[in-house]
Design a protein around this ligand. Structure first.
Ligand code: PEP
Length: 257
């Protein structure tokens, strides 16, 4: 059985001191939930403090983005080893990065290769726009994104990665995909594509999250689907009680608690 993983993407929210307060509220209650991988992804400037506060706990820390070069004249960018010093995870190819900062399947692939090279676990985001969905192109689009992201990556690495299926129209809108729709794309498109590329064992090992307006009110239903291995949580991860509730409900939905 795959261990579910709930990751909070704080996006461009929380100063370092605000991040410290949120983490302080999460540490004890999150420690009580076993059998779920828990991760928080603060903005870069809060990462060192959050990592220090979470030392010795089972809550992981992730970055929200990363550049692929190891060092050099890339003003404003953050290198893989810099992130590795504090983090175990890194979100790659979030739709906001693709939409606002010009990321493509090719740059996403370079970032994944670089992240794996320093021992970071990439959380790779894929998902379609509303226009693509309404024109019936979700499956082709997501298949192309998955193939592009994984180009040239060895099977044993893929098995350890995380993919987050995040339909763009559901992110930050309050309009989550139905559990059935999310399960369909995750199982029949993302996992099926990985199976066609790498075989059944890798596809069955890969953890695939759903992301897009997950909140306490819909978490249990979404997480109860067998192909959905957790969630990437935006807005609801900024409130300790909501994030905790989603983690608890995921454990319950998977029969862990
Ligand atoms: C996200 O940013 O990855 C996300 C899923 O956001 P929200 O939960 O706010 O829709």
């Amino acid at each position: 059985m795959r261990t579910p993983i709930i990751a909070g993407n704080w996006k461009m929210n929380k100063t370092a001191s605000e991040a410290g307060e949120l983490v302080a509220a999460l540490i004890q209650p999150l420690a009580a939930v076993k059998g779920v991988t828990k991760v928080v992804c603060p903005p870069f400037l809060a990462v060192p403090q959050v990592a220090q506060l979470l030392q010795g706990t089972d809550v992981g820390v992730g970055a929200q983005d990363m550049y692929w070069e190891p060092s050099g004249a890339y003003t404003g960018e953050v290198a893989p080893e810099m992130i590795r010093e504090f983090c175990d995870y890194v979100i790659i190819g979030h739709s906001e990065r693709r939409q606002y900062f010009g990321e493509t399947d090719a740059t996403v692939n370079r970032k994944i290769v670089a992240a794996l090279g320093v021992g970071l676990t990439p959380i790779v985001c894929v998902g379609e726009t509303l226009e693509l969905r309404e024109s019936g192109r979700t499956e082709d689009w997501v298949t192309t994104q998955v193939k592009g992201a994984l180009e040239g990556i060895a099977a044993e690495k893929v098995a350890e990665m995380i993919v987050a299926y995040e339909p763009i129209w559901a992110i930050g809108t309050g309009l989550a995909a139905t559990a059935e729709d999310a399960e369909h794309v995750i199982g029949n498109v993302v996992r099926a594509t990985v199976k066609s590329l790498y075989g059944n064992d890798v596809a069955e090992a890969l953890r695939i999250q759903y992301g897009g307006s997950v909140k306490p009110a819909n978490a249990e239903e979404i997480m109860s689907k067998p192909d959905i291995d957790g969630g990437l949580i935006g807005g609801a991860s900024l409130k300790a009680a909501d994030f905790l509730s989603i983690v608890e409900q995921s454990a319950k939905a998977k029969g862990i608690a």
